[in-house]
Design a protein around this ligand. Structure first.
Ligand code: AMP
Length: 176
C-alpha cells in the first residue's frame, strides 16, 4: 500500500517541544503508527536497508523498539527477542546494568533468546545517546553472539549516539 508520492516518512513524525522535560524535542511516532500505508513503507524501507546482512534473529528493547522490530521480524522471516525492564520477563534471565546521565538502568533478556554464534540485528525507534542499544549489544555479546547491525527509524545525529555504537554497522532512515 504506497503512500502518496509527495509524502515522506518525516511527514509522519511529529516533534513535541519540551517533552518529557524542558529542552527535549520529542520525536513522536504515533502519527506513523496511525497510517497503515506509511507504517508499512517504514517497515519495507527498514527491511530494504538491511537486506544484505546475514541475520539470524532480531532483538529490541521495550517499548517503542518492539513496534518496529516485530513487523520487521515477520517481514524478514526471523525470530524476535524482547529485551525488557527488570521484573517483566517470566523465565530464566540474563541482565545488564548500564550508566545513565544520573544513576543506572538495567535490561533483561531470557537466557534462551539468543544462542552462541548467532547474528543479531538490534532494532529501535530512535538513536539518541546510544546508551540503550549499547547495553543491548553488550548483552548479546555476553551470549557469545554477534551484533551484525543496529537499525533505527530515527537518528538524532547531533547527540552522536553512533559514536557509542562505533564497532557495529549503523542503519538509520531519518536523520535530524
Ligand atoms: P538513548 O539510549 O539515549 O539512545 O535513547 C533511548 C530511547 O529513548 C530511544 O529508544 C527512544 O525511544 C527514547 N528517546 C530518547 N530521546 C528521544 C527523543 N528526543 N524523542 C523520542 N524518543 C526519545
Amino acid at each position: 500500500m504506497p503512500t502518496d508520492a509527495s509524502e515522506s516518512l518525516t511527514d509522519f513524525i511529529r516533534t513535541i517541544p519540551d517533552f518529557p522535560k524542558p529542552g527535549i524535542q520529542f520525536k513522536d511516532i504515533t502519527p506513523l503508527l496511525l497510517n497503515p500505508a506509511a507504517f508499512e513503507n517504514a517497515i519495507d524501507e527498514m527491511a530494504r536497508i538491511v537486506a544484505d546482512l546475514e541475520i539470524d534473529v532480531i532483538a529490541a528493547a521495550e517499548a517503542r523498539g518492539f513496534l518496529f522490530a516485530a513487523p520487521l521480524a515477520l517481514k524478514l522471516g526471523k525470530g524476535m527477542v524482547p529485551i525488557r525492564k527488570p521484573g517483566k520477563l517470566p523465565y530464566k534471565k540474563r541482565s545488564y546494568s548500564y550508566e545513565l546521565e544520573y544513576g543506572t538502568d538495567t535490561l533483561e533478556m531470557h537466557v534462551d533468546g539468543i544462542l552462541p554464534g548467532q547474528n543479531v540485528l538490534v532494532v529501535d525507534d530512535l538513536l539518541a545517546t546510544g546508551g540503550t542499544v549499547q547495553a543491548c549489544c553488550r548483552m548479546i555479546e555476553d551470549c557469545d553472539a554477534k551484533v551484525c547491525g543496529c537499525l533505527f527509524l530515527i537518528n538524532l545525529s547531533f547527540l552522536n549516539g553512533a559514536d557509542k555504537l562505533k564497532p557495529y554497522p549503523i542503519f538509520t532512515l531519518v536523520d535530524y
